[in-house]
Design a protein around this ligand. Structure first.
Ligand SMILES: [Zn+2]
Ligand SMILES: [Zn+2]
Ligand SMILES: [Zn+2]
Ligand SMILES: [Zn+2]
Ligand SMILES: [Zn+2]
Length: 216
């Protein structure tokens, strides 16, 4: 059946793009390069997986960060350093943005409720602030660093939250789910294939519709 084959091809394509993430630099790997990549990267990825979530310290996780989730710097999680050969010993673990010219020193999630851009207490937009650590405002002098007045679904103000990067052991010690070991790149805090698929479906809906929202 033609249709079955098309679905299998599509699934394989999706799967390999999830495995490679941004590591092919936008050019597709040849089948040999792909096999070599999997041999080299996957064992390390399964061992050194980092989990990324957003929440109030000591509280529940309000959001799991996935490959397409936007950072304060406007780049996606998968565009940041999401893997280490050796996990750094210092905490917090800084996941630097890999996009050239971007000064973001660590992945930092900012919730964007609905389509309205969240403004800082200084009234300026996130992009008016520096993407470098501290997130100082480039348009005014009163701002001491981006602070969103938005109240999260958990009832606490956005600025009490932090983006947490943790190892599997650290996550287990907090009693949080780690899911199954998966070969996919930049999974962040996603622990089930369902949530990943949901994210991609949402992305598709967003990019097909004329929505002004561009975050997941
Ligand atoms: Zn960036
Ligand atoms: Zn960033
Ligand atoms: Zn400002
Ligand atoms: Zn500000
Ligand atoms: Zn919250």
């Amino acid at each position: 059946m033609h249709l079955d084959k098309a679905i299998i091809n599509k699934t394989e394509q999706l799967q390999s793009s999830l495995i490679v993430g941004d590591d092919d630099g936008g050019k597709l790997f040849t089948p040999e390069e792909y096999e070599e990549y999997k041999r080299r990267v996957l064992p390390l990825r399964m061992k050194n997986r980092l989990y990324v979530s957003f929440g109030v310290p000591g509280g529940i996780d309000c959001k799991q960060i996935g490959p397409e989730t936007q950072c304060f710097c406007e780049h996606r999680y998968k565009q940041h350093q999401t893997e280490f050969e050796v996990i750094p010993s210092e905490r917090p673990i800084a996941l630097q943005c890999k996009v050239s010219g971007c000064r973001c020193s660590s992945y930092n999630y900012i919730p964007q409720p609905g389509c309205a851009m969240v403004r800082c207490k200084c009234k300026h937009l996130p992009q008016d602030h520096s993407e470098a650590a501290g997130h100082l405002c480039k348009k005014c002098k009163v701002c001491s660093g981006f602070q969103s007045p938005y109240t999260c679904g958990c009832g606490r103000p956005s600025f009490e939250h932090r983006t947490l990067v943790e190892t599997k052991q650290e996550r287990l010690a907090r009693g949080q789910p780690v899911g199954k070991d998966v070969p996919y790149a930049a999974m962040g805090g996603l622990t089930g294939f369902t949530s990943l698929l949901d994210g991609y479906l949402a992305l598709q809906v967003l990019s097909e519709g004329n929505s002004c929202c561009f975050f997941i």
